[in-house]
Design a protein around this ligand. Structure first.
Ligand SMILES: [Zn+2]
Ligand SMILES: [Zn+2]
Length: 345
C-alpha cells in the first residue's frame, strides 16, 4: 500500500510499504479521507514524544472496513466508519469514567497507533474495543465523517465551558477550530456568538457559520467591543482557540461574573507562562478551564450532529489533495490559505 512515512523532523515521503495484516481483534480499513489537523503539522515539524519514526500519522479518519479479525463483532466488511484520535486504555479511573482523553497512557491514532495517511489503516484491538470508531450514518460523506474528530474536540471544549442554551459566547481565533466552535455554540442555542481574530482574511472565513459579531482584534479593542456588546457585563463563555498568551491573559477581562474561560488552544512548550489577575477570578467568581482532545462518546455525538444537519462541516473544507500530494496539503494548512484540508489516500 501507499503511505506517507515520516522518517524524522520535516522528513516525509510517500512510499509503498506492506499492507498491514489482519490479526485477532483488529479491523482493517481502506482509508477514504484523512483530514489535516494543526497537530499533524506540529508532529511533522517538531516531533512528539508519542510518535516514533518511521511513523504514519493522521487522526481525522473516514474509511471502509475491508477485513475483520477473529473475535470482532461490532464491525463487518463493508461498514463505513469514522475514526477519531484519543483511544482510552479502558482500565484506568479516567477511562472508566468517560474521561479517556485524560488517560495517563494517552494512546491516540496517528501517535502510538499508525494513522490515516495511508491507503489502509489497521485498527488495533484496543482501538476496536475502546476507541473512537463509529459507523458513519447514511447520507454523511467520507470528508464530513473525517471532521467528526475536530468537531468532537469542540464538543469537549464547550462541555468543559459549561455551555447551555441562552449563554453568550466569545471565540478568540478563527481557524478551523474557532470556526467550528461558532457553529457548535449556535447549534447549542447560544444567545449570541462573537468571534475575534487579528487576521482580516481569517476573520472573513469565519463568516460561513454566521457569527453574530465579527471582531477584528488587530484594529479594534476587544475589551471595549465586548463591553459595548454586553453592556459592560462581559460574556458568559470565552474560548481561546489560538496558541496565544495574550489572548489567554485578555480573556479574563472579557468574561462575565460566574463565567467560564476555556483555554482550548495549547501554547508551545517553553512559552506557556502567562500572568493572570487572580482577583478577577476571586471577586468575579469565574472559572478557568482547559480542554484537549475528546472521548468516543463525543466523537459519536459529532457524527450525529453532522448527520442531523445541525452542523454542515463541508463549509470549512477548502482543499482536497491525493496522498501523493500530502506535502502540498501540509503547506496549504501552514500558509493559512484555507480552512480544512483533506487528504484522499
Ligand atoms: Zn485533530
Ligand atoms: Zn486510561
Amino acid at each position: 500500500m501507499k503511505a506517507a512515512i515520516i522518517k524524522g523532523l520535516g522528513e516525509m515521503s510517500v512510499e509503498t510499504i506492506e499492507t498491514p495484516h489482519i490479526k485477532d481483534g483488529t479491523v482493517l480499513i481502506r482509508v477514504k479521507t484523512c483530514a489535516v489537523c494543526g497537530s499533524d503539522i506540529r508532529i511533522f515539524e517538531s516531533g512528539n514524544d508519542r510518535v516514533k519514526y518511521p511513523a504514519v500519522i493522521g487522526h481525522e479518519i473516514a474509511g471502509e472496513v475491508v477485513e475483520v479479525g477473529a473475535g470482532v463483532s461490532r464491525f463487518k466488511k463493508g461498514d463505513r466508519v469514522a475514526v477519531g484520535a484519543d483511544v482510552p486504555c479502558g482500565v484506568c479511573d479516567w477511562c472508566r469514567h468517560d474521561m479517556g482523553n485524560c488517560c495517563d497512557e494517552n494512546f491516540a491514532m496517528g501517535y502510538q497507533f499508525a494513522g490515516g495517511y495511508a491507503e489502509y489503516c489497521l485498527l488495533e484491538p484496543l482501538v476496536v474495543k475502546h476507541g473512537p470508531v463509529a459507523k458513519i450514518p447514511e447520507g454523511v460523506s467520507d470528508d464530513e465523517a473525517a471532521l467528526a474528530e475536530p468537531l468532537a474536540c469542540c464538543i469537549n471544549g464547550l462541555e468543559r465551558a459549561q455551555m447551555q442554551a441562552g449563554k453568550s459566547v466569545l471565540i478568540i481565533g478563527s481557524g478551523p477550530i474557532g470556526t467550528l466552535l461558532v457553529a457548535l455554540a449556535k447549534a447549542y442555542g447560544a444567545a449570541s456568538v462573537a468571534i475575534a481574530e487579528r487576521n482580516p482574511q481569517r476573520l472573513e472565513l469565519a463568516k460561513v457559520y454566521q457569527p453574530d459579531q465579527l471582531i477584528l482584534s488587530s484594529q479594534e479593542d476587544l475589551r471595549d467591543r465586548v463591553n459595548e456588546l454586553t453592556g459592560g457585563k462581559g460574556v458568559d463563555i470565552v474560548v481561546t482557540a489560538c496558541a496565544n498568551t495574550e489572548a489567554q491573559e485578555e480573556a479574563l477581562g472579557l468574561v462575565a461574573k460566574r463565567g467560564v474561560i476555556n483555554f482550548f488552544g495549547g501554547l508551545p512548550k517553553g512559552s506557556c507562562k502567562i500572568s493572570l489577575d487572580s482577583n478577577l477570578i476571586h471577586y468575579r467568581e469565574c472559572s478557568v478551564t482547559g480542554s484537549h482532545g475528546s472521548v468516543p462518546r463525543q466523537h459519536k455525538l459529532a457524527l450525529d450532529l453532522i448527520a442531523g444537519g445541525k452542523i454542515d462541516v463541508r463549509k470549512i473544507i477548502s482543499h482536497s489533495f491525493p496522498l501523493e500530494r500530502i506535502a502540498a496539503g501540509f503547506k496549504t494548512v501552514k500558509s493559512l490559505a484555507g480552512m480544512k484540508v483533506v487528504i484522499k489516500p
